[in-house]
Design a protein around this ligand. Structure first.
Ligand SMILES: Cc1cc2nc3c(=O)[nH]c(=O)nc-3n(C[C@H](O)[C@H](O)[C@H](O)COP(=O)(O)OP(=O)(O)OC[C@H]3O[C@@H](n4cnc5c(N)ncnc54)[C@H](O)[C@@H]3O)c2cc1C
Length: 355
């Protein structure tokens, strides 16, 4: 039998950043993940401290971004590559009122350091922006597929990844450890994203899931250097080539599979054409399910009966910003007995069961 400290189930952004934290803390672990499709590989990878619909600050946004950037910088150094693209995010104003609201909100804390007070005009002839654009500070994009692929390779070199689905029926749970095939782990942390629905230990948590679809497009001669947010995001993907962009995303609450649909493609293109007048060639179309929670906060904590079992999930629409902070917080809770923020602790949903 192989004795380890942690078994991590899932290698999306949550499982990857937890594995990185365990490595930093010199803990021994194995990750199990089928290496299939997941939300993290679908995501645009944007981080942005402002809710751009109503110009309000994201919960703990700036602090999370600083932690995320620091963590990604560690990974960039490990893999000797670029993962963090600190490109400006520009909000296209739809009318004069929006611009006024931005100006007003940019005067007071905490938005004064997040919303740039200087406005800019349309960055390209093909972009329709009669009211101009405002720039968000501290925004950017992490290349998640690249980060996940590098990390998986790194784990494989150390014999720390198993390409499989965890079969929950094979987990033999004792008071102080869990056995799984040839592994004895002191703790198991489940990071399965929407896959939590199949997990008999944590599937009662109110994780609803929200399907999102995105396009990769080519728009010749646009030459954008910043991400533009109008009715959809338009985001340059320089690593994929000149004038290749990401367009997203849709939000669907009832459909929960990861198959792209013709309706979503049409909706994305219609929204894109409200501010881009140029030829648009669709190169790819992907879908994924975001692990969203009813109260929009992550799900961290320990199983109320099976004490070696833990969960790290519910990163919702903001896995990039939340991932590193939540992985660190869960680690400190498990190892150092530090209290979890009540806003993310699963006890907010399970307390009744415990009593
Ligand atoms: C279209 C779209 C656009 C998005 N854009 C952004 C964005 O710009 N910025 C942002 O921050 N977030 C974005 N998100 C949200 C982001 O994708 C999620 O917050 C994040 O990816 C969740 O990560 P996760 O690791 O929890 O889940 P996932 O990435 O889904 O990973 C879970 C992993 O667990 C594995 N798994 C499941 N069950 C098992 C099992 N039984 N055994 C072993 N492994 C298992 C799965 O195969 C998967 O690899 C977007 C999401 C979508 C769908």
């Amino acid at each position: 039998m192989k004795k380890i400290d942690y078994l991590v189930i899932g290698q999306g952004i949550a499982g990857t950043l937890l594995a990185h934290e365990l490595s930093r803390q010199r803990r021994d672990f194995v990750v199990i993940d089928p290496n299939g499709h997941n939300a993290s590989k679908t995501a645009a990878g944007m981080y942005n401290p402002v809710v751009l619909k109503r110009f309000s600050p994201v919960w703990q946004g700036k602090a999370q971004i600083l932690t995320a950037r620091q963590t990604v910088a560690e990974l960039e150094k490990m893999f000797n590559t670029t993962l963090d693209n600190q490109l400006p995010i520009q909000r296209l104003f739809h009318n004069a009122m929006e611009k006024q609201t931005w100006s007003k909100k940019a005067l007071d804390k905490p938005l004064d350091e997040l919303l740039d007070r200087r406005f800019i005009g349309s960055p390209a002839a093909a972009i329709y922006a009669p009211y101009g654009l405002g720039t968000v500070n501290f925004g950017g994009r992490i290349n998640l597929p690249k980060l996940l692929a590098h990390y998986r390779q790194h784990l494989a070199k150390q014999g720390k990844i198993r390409t499989a689905l965890c079969d929950y029926r094979r987990l033999k749970i004792a008071e102080t450890h869990v056995e799984y095939d040839d592994i004895i782990a002191e703790k198991v942390v489940f990071c399965e994203g929407y896959g939590i629905k199949q997990n008999p230990f944590f599937n009662q948590l109110p994780l609803n899931g929200n399907k999102g679809e995105v396009l990769t497009v080519r728009i010749p001669h646009l030459h954008l250097k910043a991400a533009i947010k109008s009715k959809v995001f338009l985001l340059p993907l320089p690593e994929q080539g000149e004038d290749i962009y990401f367009v997203g995303a849709t939000y669907h609450w009832t459909d929960k599979d990861d198959r792209p649909t013709a309706e979503a493609k049409q909706a994305l293109l219609e929204k894109l054409r409200t501010f881009v007048s140029a030829d648009i060639e669709v190169l790819a179309h992907r879908a994924g399910v975001r692990p969203t929670v009813a109260d929009r906060r992550p799900l961290l904590g320990q199983h109320h009966i099976h004490r070696p079992l833990y969960v790290l999930n519910g990163l919702g629409t903001r896995g990039v910003m939340l991932g590193a902070t939540m992985a660190k917080q869960l680690y400190q809770f498990i190892e150092d007995g530090m209290a979890l923020d009540p806003a993310v602790n699963i006890q907010r949903f399970t307390r009744q069961q415990e009593e």
